[in-house]
Ligand binder design. Structure first.
Ligand SMILES: NC(=O)C1=CN([C@@H]2O[C@H](COP(=O)(O)OP(=O)(O)OC[C@H]3O[C@@H](n4cnc5c(N)ncnc54)[C@H](OP(=O)(O)O)[C@@H]3O)[C@@H](O)[C@H]2O)C=CC1
Ligand SMILES: O=C(CO)COP(=O)(O)O
Length: 326
């Protein structure tokens, strides 16, 4: 079995940095790529990334802004924001000389194309072997070595299992899967739903409403998932229900925190990437193209685009016709 001894993480944000610590803990030779040369030099010298404050990088992690150097690794983890994945993989592709596994670690759906992360990788780097890592895992928890479990999916089960072996450790437990689409849908949709739940909490609608919205959010995530061929065990697994529970219950989530601020009538937290904001419009376009109703996601998209006030969106959800639970 391929051991993928050399791992490169592309994107030195909070998540990329946490994943570099994971790979180092798993005993791999790790390279962390930052797009900005000054940032790379500063992180390399201080052994700390301002995007993940308080976490000390292991001395063996090489930090670079040279993509060609990073691309030599046996396995690549791409942790740039979802809408910038194609641009990043386009740059990477010319440096790939072998069928390297390229693991998407961003959670989202591409604007304009409605493509999921591994489809973007397959198009931008046709020789790569796309995979997807997702699940309930805050960068800060992961980097500090708190116990975390995620799903790592690839089309080929042998590959998925080998990638898990390369990255896993007692405190970071990836479960392998071949249901790439199911994993991608959970990660993308839960961010939008976390904004909705954050709004409800910010509006002080109560713990019962929080549970109801999370559950109905899961119902619509599952409807879309089933329509797109996701397996039900994936939807109720770590990357689906698991990540939804995490992000819909904690202000540590940037998506939940965005909703919380909106619900309280405050400014959105500055400089924090909340992928759900970018995923909401494309998620509802995708759902509409499949004739799938996603009322909670639609309400979030309407609020974010200014097409609805928060109060009108809440009224709209609460006055929908009664129906069978499904
Ligand atoms: N943080 C978390 O807990 C988790 C995050 N994720 C996912 O990981 C992805 C990244 O999130 P996260 O690391 O937290 O975000 P951050 O905002 O912390 O970092 C984003 C990183 O992407 C880089 N970047 C931004 N734009 C581009 C671009 N156009 N080309 C190349 N690189 C770019 C940034 O570079 P620069 O520093 O130069 O601006 C930065 O290094 C998201 O999809 C998120 O949903 C998944 C699980 C957990
Ligand atoms: O994806 C995450 C946890 O699994 C991180 O959530 P946020 O992007 O909302 O902070």
């Amino acid at each position: 079995m391929d051991t993928f001894q050399a791992i490169a993480v592309i994107g030195a944000g909070a998540w990329g940095t946490a994943l570099a610590t994971v790979a180092a803990r798993a005993g791999r030779n790790v390279t962390l790529w930052a797009r900005n040369a000054d940032h790379a030099t500063r992180i390399a010298a201080s052994r700390e990334n301002p995007r993940l404050p308080g976490v000390r990088l292991a001395p063996e992690i090489v930090v670079t802004s040279e993509l060609a150097l990073a691309a030599r690794a046996d396995m690549l983890l791409v942790a740039t924001p979802a809408q910038h994945l194609r641009g990043t993989v386009n740059m990477l592709a010319s440096h790939l000389t072998k069928p390297t596994p390229v693991v998407a670690c961003a959670k989202g759906i591409e604007h304009g194309t409605h493509k999921f992360m591994t489809d973007v990788i397959a198009e931008a780097a046709p020789h790569a072997r796309p995979a997807m890592l997702s699940g309930p895992s805050f960068a800060d928890d992961v980097a500090r070595g708190l116990p975390t479990a995620v799903t790592l999916a690839a089309k080929d089960e042998v590959l998925a299992s080998a990638l898990v072996q390369a990255l896993g450790s007692p405190t970071f437990r990836p479960y392998h899967s071949t249901d790439i689409r199911g994993v991608e849908i959970g990660g993308a949709a839960k961010n939008v739903l976390a904004i909705a739940v954050g709004i409800a909490v910010g509006r002080k609608l109560g713990a019962s409403a929080q549970a109801a919205l999370t559950t109905r959010g899961f119902a619509e995530l599952s409807r879309l998932g089933r329509a797109l061929g996701a397996r039900s065990e994936t939807l109720v697994g770590l990357s689906g229900l698991g990540d939804l529970i995490l992000t819909c219950s904690s202000p540590q989530s940037r998506n939940f925190a965005l909703g919380l601020a909106l619900g309280r009538g405050e400014q959105a937290p500055a400089g924090k990437l909340a992928e759900g904001e970018f995923t909401a419009p494309v998620l509802i376009e995708l759902a509409a193209s499949q004739n799938i109703e996603m009322p909670v996601s639609e309400a979030v998209a309407a609020i974010l685009s200014g097409r609805s006030t928060i109060d009108a969106a809440i009224d709209g959800l609460l006055t929908r016709p009664f129906k069978a639970e499904e």
